[in-house]
Design a protein around this ligand. Structure first.
Ligand code: BEZ
Ligand code: FE
Length: 277
């Protein structure tokens, strides 16, 4: 084959430039990426002005990134890429708790709480009693499991999005299970909210006629020595965005019925067991 680049041999010519002793995984991944990108450009017959527009879009996406904001991850989320990578690498047996998207609003170092404590510091919103058990597939309770919980406030914002308006660590806490594996805490019944949509990703969604909303959810990360870490949410059954989550995070097994209860503080109860592998 000629070493000169033509429309027909484009991907091969580029890929053949890789040194045979380059990292094999890098060769595999970059080779496939180049092949798919070339095939894509040929399929859509990409025009020069569209190529320029893509470069501008990626440049703007990069400029939007800082310590607090990761616009590239948002792009990956909205294109379903984050969920696909997770699906491929966290296949679990039936009955095990499924993962979903991590999201950008986890903050390490949230306060350690006791069972029964409330993670809402501003006490705004409707309180919900979250309870259940961390257990193995065979039903054995898991002791010393750490449950990180975090949610938006009653207006749909995480504390880190409103450092002036919300107390630090509002709606966040970490709980450690005892021998019975059980957990219980108070938090708010979360509300649906738009992902940050004032950047290039938001503009793209708008041009595609897509809304930026996520259905109401409580985030959880559950880890225990010897078990695979679970990064997930529970979703509020009945939320109108369950079927159109802008980041494709909803799974049937994670939808929970929030039931109205009589309790001195909470008006809702959400029961969910975490089953670890
Ligand atoms: C979240 O649920 O916090 C989230 C996930 C993906 C993108 C933006 C927000
Ligand atoms: Fe969220």
């Amino acid at each position: 084959m000629s070493a000169y680049f033509t429309e027909q041999n484009s991907a091969n010519v580029v890929n053949e430039r890789m040194a045979p002793d380059a990292n094999p995984r890098l060769q595999h991944v970059m080779g496939a990426l180049v092949s798919h990108l070339h095939a894509f450009i040929k399929e859509v017959q990409l025009r020069p002005e569209e190529w320029e527009s893509a470069i501008r879009f990626l440049t703007e996406t990069g400029k939007m990134c800082n310590e607090e904001r990761q616009e590239f991850i948002l792009l990956s989320d909205c294109l379903g890429l984050s969920m696909l990578v997770d699906a491929i690498h966290h296949r679990r047996p039936t009955g095990a708790t499924e993962n979903t998207v991590f999201g950008p609003f986890f903050v390490a170092g949230a306060p350690e709480k006791n069972m029964g404590d409330c993670i809402s510091l501003d006490k705004k919103g409707e309180l919900c009693l979250y309870e259940g058990q961390v257990k193995e597939l065979n039903g054995q309770p898991i002791a010393n499991a750490r449950i990180h919980a975090w949610s938006d406030n009653d207006e749909g914002f995480y504390d880190v999005q409103q450092p002036e308006a919300q107390p630090k660590w509002n709606n966040r806490g970490v709980f450690t299970t005892g021998a019975d594996g059980r957990y219980q805490f108070l938090g708010i019944k979360p509300v649906s909210y738009p992902i940050p949509d004032d950047g290039p990703v938001g503009k793209l969604l708008q041009q595609l006629g897509r809304h930026p909303y996520r259905p109401a959810h409580m985030h959880f990360m559950v880890e225990a020595p010897g078990y695979e870490k679970v990064i997930t949410h529970t979703f509020v059954k009945g939320d109108s965005y369950l079927e159109s989550d802008t980041v494709f995070g909803v799974k049937q097994s994670l939808i929970v019925e929030f039931e109205e209860i009589e309790h001195e503080q909470a008006t809702w109860r959400s029961a969910f067991d975490f089953v670890l592998v």
